[in-house]
Design a binder for this molecule. Structure first.
Ligand SMILES: Cc1ncc(COP(=O)(O)O)c(C=O)c1O
Length: 380
């Protein structure tokens, strides 16, 4: 279907093309070029950590990170169910068990009080997400992690540039993961990164990402044998993506401003509609609006009818997220039946997401708000 208003568009300009073209035209180092290290240094500098390591997706980044922390069978990891499935799958990748905790209804991140209740002697880590560009209650979660001697790993896939006061997400936990998939704050098509202050984790991640190989020089251009010292994968980000990441990162302040301007306009237009709850963030929170998620007060049926109604008008919307614990795989594996996480399930029944991406036009926002208004005044 061709939408009048698609879910999102990826922002790019001529410098992105130039950046990627330069790598292609070099005719070498497409896999392990210098742009990768340069991109890593720039990410670390931007986020405010000592180190960053790139990966070919946020998912492989989180997988590698849990291996680097040696999480394994018998360990429990507290995660939200209101997230993209990777957050819960990552513990399973390494044989550990994801334990779901509830979210709170302001930032849609993990509810610290509920997290406390889920801690057992087997708990090793907490992986909160910063939902859609809004920091979660990460300071409170950090306190809990410290009190219980747990790892705090931020799933910041959706939230590069998000901050509380001057502290960017990615600097609160022991390590953090970012995604550069096509609908994220900035994009390399596919891609991800881990940021951390730990040299030990940084070194381990580099090994895990590239076959466990001790790379003293560039593997492809060197004739030397390099030893394989641990089990590893090929989770590397290609050089073209890193080059794209470098040119995208140069624009991040502009892109975030555009996203915030769109969100502000959206809020202005939608605030008159009393049947919906708009996104808000605590006053010292800087929301970058990777997503603009509203809540329809009432039942799932009304929300679903609104999706259908807007769809008929050419406006694409999506539910971010249906709870992970109610996916076929998790129901089947863990026996969830519904009713297991009432707060999460209630919120997931009510949410509806638009992407306030930089290319969204004010006229399009006008059209969206008019149609939502019509739905509530005429269609139901
Ligand atoms: C919260 C969250 N975690 C993890 C991921 C996985 O990132 P990727 O798609 O780069 O593997 C995503 C991206 O969709 C996400 O939104």
């Amino acid at each position: 279907m061709s939408w009048k208003i698609p879910l999102f568009k990826t922002y790019w300009d001529e410098t992105d093309i130039e950046s990627v073209t330069n790598v292609i035209k070099s005719g070498s180092y497409w896999a392990t070029g210098p742009e990768i290290k340069e991109f890593e240094e720039k990410i670390a500098e931007y986020v405010g950590t000592k180190y960053a390591v790139t990966f070919n997706s946020g998912t492989s980044a989180l997988h590698a990170l849990l291996l680097a922390y040696d999480l394994k069978q018998g360990d429990e990891v507290i995660v939200p169910s209101f997230t993209f499935i990777t957050t819960a799958n990552a513990p399973l990748f390494v044989g550990a068990k994801p334990v779901f905790a509830e979210i709170e209804d302001r930032t849609y991140g993990l509810d610290p009080e509920d997290v406390k209740k889920r801690i057992t002697p087997k708990t090793k880590a907490i992986i909160p997400i910063h939902y859609g560009g809004c920091p979660c209650l990460i300071r409170e979660l950090k306190e809990i992690a410290e009190d219980h001697n747990l790892l705090l790993i931020e799933d910041a896939a959706e939230s590069l540039g998000t901050k509380i006061n001057d502290n960017k997400v990615g600097t609160f936990g022991d390590s953090a993961m970012f995604s550069f998939c096509q609908n994220k704050v900035i994009s390399t098509g596919e891609g991800g990164a881990i940021t951390t202050d730990s040299k030990e984790i940084y070194e381990k991640l580099k090994l895990i990402r590239s076959h466990g190989r001790l790379e003293t020089q560039d593997y492809f251009s060197s004739t030397e044998y390099m030893d394989y010292v641990t089990l590893g994968y090929n989770f590397r980000m290609p050089t073209m993506n890193a080059a794209l990441g470098l040119s995208q990162l140069k624009k991040i302040d502009k892109v975030i401003k555009m996203r915030r301007d769109k969100a502000e306009y959206m809020t202005k237009k939608l605030s008159r509609i009393k049947e919906i709850t708009l996104p808000t963030a605590p006053p010292d929170y800087f929301h970058v609006y990777q997503m603009y998620t509203i809540r329809i007060d009432g039942t799932r049926q009304i929300r679903d009818r609104l999706i259908q109604y807007l769809g008929d008008k050419g406006i694409s919307t999506k539910v971010y997220f249906e709870p992970v614990h109610l996916s076929y795989f998790y129901k089947n594996k863990f026996g969830f039946k519904g009713g297991d996480l009432p707060v999460t399930e209630r919120i997931a029944d009510q949410v509806l997401t638009f992407h306030t991406h930089p290319l969204l036009k004010n006229e399009e926002i006008d059209y969206i708000s008019e149609e939502i208004d019509k739905f509530f005044s005429e269609a139901i």
